[in-house]
Design a binder for this molecule. Sequence first.
Ligand code: GLC
Length: 490
Amino acid sequence: MTLKVLTLAAESAPLVKVGGLGDVVGALPRALRAVGIDARVAIPHYPAIKSQAESLGIALKRKGRVSIRWGSHAHETESAPIAETTVGGVPHYLLGGPPFRPPDKIYSTTIDDDGPKFIFYSMAAMSLCRELDWQPDIIHVHDSHAGAAIYWLAAKGKRESFWRQTASVITIHNLPFQNNHAKKYLALAGLRPSRDPRLPMWARDGLMGLAIACADRINAVSDGYAAEIMGEEYGAGLDGLLRERADRLSGILNGLDYAAWNPSTDHALAARFDAESLDHRAANKAALQKACGLKPDPHVPIIGAVSRLDYQKGFDIALPAIKEALARGEAQFILLGTGAAELEASYEPLLTEYPGAASIHLRFDSALANRIYGGCDIFLMPSRYEPCGTSQMIAMRYGAIPVARATGGLVDTVWPYRAGSGVGFLFGEYSSAALLRALRRAFRVYANGEAWRGLQRRAMAVRFSWEKSAEQYAAMYEKALREVLIRRKA
Ligand code: GLC
């Protein structure tokens, strides 16, 4: 019998993408289908999807409505319009309704916007399964947004024979974003805060905490992150609960789409290359220096960074280290990204302080991003925390060597350089000094052309495949189903 998996998430690329979560939801269900699983996706129908779908030439079909319990009285209902489409061979259901009013933001900063939106959508997705008479074996929720689906399944759904066999899974991509204090909006769906003593009081009406407390299996997007979130430093207040549930928790690394990220077919690059034609890469470096107003110099290493500039990504500690390296003429630096205004403002002056050595681009520009991956020598990822991380995988594929903080997925993907092995450089302590030391280790190897070549070849040969992740997810689904069997017997 084919395993049926309904994926619930706030993003699915290319229909709607804010960050790495969207890429994962765009790729994983496809890889699951390739191993024989009937994987489908249900996402919120944000008004902005309309124009995105049109520009991609993806047709959205209307498919009636479902009705859900919604309101302060048990007899009150609300109806959700359904649209349907197929993206990359994966059926997608889009659930709309009154909480989705234009102008919309995918994420707001208040639970008063996101609570009703995401809870309504979660309930509508569950109701849709019954309407389609499509009985999922697994409800797979990514991050907190559809956490109410898992909570509802545990608190109410399992009383219905339709849902009795269904297991639930939550994948944690970013633990601090929890959608807490949703009591008022859970109540609209007929749900009360949890009384689970393993949940801290403040998390008993939080969508992340509820999902983690009730899911049959929990996974984080790397082994490293799965281990870190059980401790206080990375646990975002839920580390106690995660420790209690350690037997249900595992890590599965995300994959990378190696067909989409390929320096031998990438038309954004001045010269295409692969591991056998690494010599062509020099043309990309020269073109990048020219386009970015850097001194044309094939010998100086370029440090590249493509990142959101926010608390998570570590660009506060990067600034003093970069300045020091620039002041001593040890490297050139190119930054592409947007984010926190203070951080943006702190990098802008580099342009005038180090003319010809620093190039700062505070905007979104996917072609420039590819040129940085394909032309810089060292790729910077000083993350404070990094559940998995995608950029280091892309950089490696493009022969740019990561210098990264030893946290989360970066530990699982950037194996440290030792003579003749390894693919990058890691530092542990969250400080400018530790980062600078790691950069200098990279500069020293860079100065030895032969050793650097070997490093690049090894990095380019690494594959984090979606096939492998899909097999691990399939094994986790089997485990989750066994948990349900055990639960039913108990
Ligand atoms: C989040 C994490 C990032 C991860 C991505 C996809 O954005 O911050 O590390 O790669 O989710 O799982």
